[in-house]
Write a protein that binds this ligand. Structure first.
Ligand SMILES: Cc1ncc(C[n+]2csc(CCOP(=O)(O)OP(=O)(O)O)c2C)c(N)n1
Ligand SMILES: [Mg+2]
Length: 550
């Protein structure tokens, strides 16, 4: 007789098999049966304060683990998580969203069941637009194949999927899972050969080729291959902001983050003066291109991503990024590494001026001297992100941020997700006061799970990013005593900082506190900013003015 399991059991089996150990979420009556099944499995259920927090936590978990999962109740839970799922879609993070739903049997008896919005398909239809597969497990014969196909799409495309289980289907028997198989997609060999030959020819003819690496290097686990490629060819390499940390940033060939006129001038000049630019796995978003201040000439560019490869204006499809990179190592001669102007480490150049008021620029310079290999830097948006662009991240996958989708509120829950998955990597979190007011309550979940991130709140009394675009009273927020959140939670270490000297002391105390989270409330002037933010604000301000005139 063939072995049987249940629909819920099948899904749990696959999640465990694919490396998920934690599932984030908030329960509700439509999903309690599945929660009970998870509790009986090897999966640990991590209850968060909100579904949005669960979504961001699972997204970060997926970024460091290769797959993450959220489990929530119907509509009220699902729609709370929608923003995080949309972000995971936009930035390619492989996330499974599992939602409970009213039972099929009860839908017929009473159409007005609580949480229903329009019809019983509404939630699934909305999620269809922000996932690569949106399935409802309504039939035990189809469920195993539905689950397997959706998971396959999630892993291949590195984008979220939506799995809905009506509550009366969770315990319905279905076929037991066969061992998971995953056929690697093969490149079209002729297209691959042509693309590699054309790219190699272009690189050989060029005097100086620069590599610009992006986020897909992280998502497809190509960090060591990238390192082999640049070390073999000797090419200097810059990173996009979203791709930051795909290469250890103290590597002698690493230039820094390229973001057009928003970024460091020396990086911009080196990248834009190259006579051949090889972009690998980058999205080329407005933020990554410094709001289109980047000057990249397609006639000098090889642009290879998971979707396609463009060499000048020739387009190739059906080529795996990995095969293309390996092909180039085979086709290009070994060369000595190009000279990249080395910058002195901050540990040597930074000197604290104890009485000076803290500023964003000085804070990030100080942090650059503080960071160690065991840290993972997690940034929210605003100056938390722009100021962090020039930090030196020493190992790969140690910088997380929503640098394209730019939703506020990512960082604190992301610290929860990343830290639970990688307990040895201690998060150093940068979060604006506005963003903290959105999802900072997930510190509560951080306490429940005995984690010890260092959370730095950039308290500039409001929405400073927007002040630089268009200032108005709507950019002010209430000045909370962020460091006193420890009173509310009954745990943690809170510190308040106004000056460089106080910041130094606070960092020391926070670093030594291994027992709980530490929160440093850094008071900043509302109009203080990193250089990148200032430039970005001016650019966005001009775009905003133009849009008002239209
Ligand atoms: C969820 C969400 N809502 C609104 C915005 C629009 N927005 C962009 S930046 C910003 C202000 C961010 O404030 P804060 O977190 O304090 O960071 P700061 O700009 O002060 O560094 C806002 C409201 C957004 N990006 N995300
Ligand atoms: Mg702020």
């Amino acid at each position: 007789m063939r072995q049987r399991t249940t629909i819920g059991g099948y899904l749990i089996h696959r999640m465990e098999e694919l490396g998920i150990k934690h599932v984030f979420g908030v329960p509700g009556d439509y999903v309690l049966g599945f929660y009970d099944q998870m509790v009986e499995s090897k999966l640990a259920v991590v209850g968060t304060c909100t579904e949005l927090g669960a979504g961001f936590a699972a997204d970060a978990y997926a970024r460091v683990n290769g797959l993450g999962a959220v489990c929530i109740t119907y509509s009220v839970g699902g729609f709370n998580a929608l923003n995080a799922v949309a972000g995971a879609y936009a930035e390619k993070s492989p996330l499974i969203l599992i939602s409970g739903a009213p039972g099929l049997g009860e839908r017929e008896r009473s159409p007005f069941l609580h949480h229903k919005v329009r019809d019983f398909n509404t939630q699934r239809l909305i999620f269809e637009r922000v996932t690569v597969a949106a399935i409802a497990l309504e039939n035990p014969d189809d469920a195993p194949a539905q689950i397997d196909n959706a998971l396959d799409a999630c892993i291949r495309q590195k984008r979220p999927i939506y799995v809905e289980i009506p509550r009366d289907m969770v315990a319905v028997p279905c076929a037991a899972p066969k061992p998971w198989t995953f056929d690697r997609v093969k490149s079209d060999s002729l297209a691959l050969r042509e693309a590699v030959a054309e790219a190699a020819e272009m690189i050989r003819k060029a005097k100086r080729t620069i590599v610009l690496g992006g986020v897909e290097i992280h998502r497809f686990g190509l960090q060591s291959l990238l390192k082999r490629l640049v070390e073999h060819t000797g090419m200097p390499i810059a990173s996009t902001l979203l791709g930051k940390s795909m290469m250890e940033e103290d590597h002698p060939q690493y230039l820094g983050v390229y973001e057009g006129a928003m970024g460091r001038d020396d990086v911009r000049k080196t990248v834009e003066r190259a006579d051949c630019l090889m972009i690998l796995g980058a999205f080329l978003t407005d933020i990554d291109l410094g709001i289109f201040t980047a000057k990249l000439d397609p006639a000098k560019t090889i642009n290879a991503s998971a979707e396609r490869i463009a060499i000048k204006r020739h387009l190739f499809e059906d080529i795996q990024l990995k095969d293309f990179m390996e092909g180039l190592i085979g086709a290009l001669p070994k060369r000595k590494s190009a000279k990249v102007r080395a910058r002195k480490p901050r540990e040597i150049t930074f000197k604290t001026k104890p009485a000076n008021p803290m500023t964003v620029r000085r804070m990030f310079e100080r942090i650059d001297a503080f960071l160690r290999d065991e840290h993972i830097v997690i940034c929210d948006i605003g100056d938390s992100l722009f100021g962090a662009a020039d930090l030196t991240i020493r190992k790969h996958t140690e910088f997380l941020s929503p640098a394209y989708y730019t939703s506020m509120g990512f960082a604190v829950p992301a610290a929860l997700g990343a830290h639970i998955n990688k307990p040895k990597l201690r998060p150093v979190v940068f979060v604006g006061d506005g963003a903290f007011q959105m999802t900072g309550q997930e510190l509560s979940t951080i306490v429940r799970n005995n984690l010890n991130p260092i959370v730095i709140v950039l308290n500039n009394k409001g929405y400073s990013t927007e002040r630089f675009i268009d200032d108005g009273p709507y950019n002010d927020i209430l000045n909370w005593n962020y460091h006193l959140v420890t009173e509310l939670l009954g745990a943690g270490l809170g510190l308040e900082v106004h000056t460089e000297g106080e910041f130094d002391d606070a960092l020391d105390v926070a670093n030594a506190n291994m027992d709980s989270f530490s929160l440093i409330n850094v008071h900043l002037d509302p109009y203080d900013s990193s250089r990148a933010m200032e430039r970005l604000g001016k650019r966005l301000g001009k775009t905003f003015e133009k849009s008002k005139k239209k």
